[in-house]
Design a protein around this ligand. Structure first.
Ligand code: BTN
Length: 248
């Protein structure tokens, strides 16, 4: 792997419940270097965002977690890290072919289907960001998704089988590049890249808020991660991830 620290140490496991849980529970009592990667061939209890499960097919999908220690980042700017991870994923996939987009906050889509998801779990005190366990799930060689009508894999998009660990190495390289930008204070450039690759920016679409359907356009994402929407009546509203759902 062509990196300075991400992936210098990696732990390969066969079957575990979740790479995020594995790392989160161990960093409480053991010292791990920043950039440590834990990858599992199979996850039995993969976790997604909003308490959802993350389904993956053993050996065919990529499920891994990277330990970062963003102590330079204020906990109130935790969303900056989310931006880096989403960009790293879209950077590495767009090198294979164009068309991969970031769906707010950090899902990766190809057209209207999801190929990858991110779950970042943090350990922080009031003022210090200590550890971030960055969990990434990417559909690589799956050809069937039982109940997930909006899922797609790299093989389905490109028509080739990919070596799962090679894909992981490329993601780690892109992640390090974006993380180093963040570490050296290039937040504006990161935000610009994120916005220019955001799915549905300035396009009229439907959302669900408080069991009500709303129509509007995404016009911005704030630094705290809130989504800014201009509703069709011209009103501008901000929503966090727990409040709003995409309807398409
Ligand atoms: C989502 O889109 O809801 C986030 C999915 C994140 C899945 C990855 S797979 C590796 C890591 N371990 C987990 O249990 N979850 C993340």
């Amino acid at each position: 792997m062509d990196t300075l620290f991400i992936g210098n140490h990696w732990i390969k496991l066969d079957e575990i419940s979740s790479t995020n849980d594995w790392l989160m529970s161990r960093i409480l009592n053991e010292q791990f270097l920043e950039g440590t990667v834990v990858v599992a061939s199979s996850q039995t209890n993969g976790k997604g965002q909003r308490g959802n499960k993350w389904f993956s097919q053993p050996y065919k999908s990529l499920t891994f977690s990277v330990l970062l220690k963003p102590s330079f980042l204020s906990p109130i700017h935790a969303f900056d890290l989310s931006i880096c991870v989403a960009l790293a994923l879209s950077d590495s996939l767009n090198k294979l072919r164009s068309g991969f987009k970031i769906k707010w906050p950090n899902d990766i889509y190809f057209q209207d289907k999801k190929i990858a998801g991110v779950l970042i779990e943090n350990q922080m005190s009031q003022f210090v960001y200590q550890n971030a366990v960055v969990g990434i799930g990417l559909n690589v060689n799956q050809l069937h998704f039982d109940d997930l009508s909006n899922a797609i894999s790299l093989q389905q998009i490109i028509g080739l089988e990919f070596p799962v660990e090679k894909v992981m190495e490329h993601i780690c390289e892109s992640l390090e590049a974006r993380y180093l930008m963040l570490r050296s204070g290039h937040f504006k450039d990161l935000k610009k890249a994120y916005m220019s690759n955001l799915y549905g920016l300035n396009q009229l679409q439907s959302f669900m808020v408080d069991n009500k359907k709303l129509n509007g356009k995404i016009i911005n994402v704030h630094r705290n991660g809130f989504l800014q929407i201009e509703l069709i009546d011209g009103k501008i509203c901000d929503y966090d991830i727990k409040e709003i759902k995409f309807l398409s």
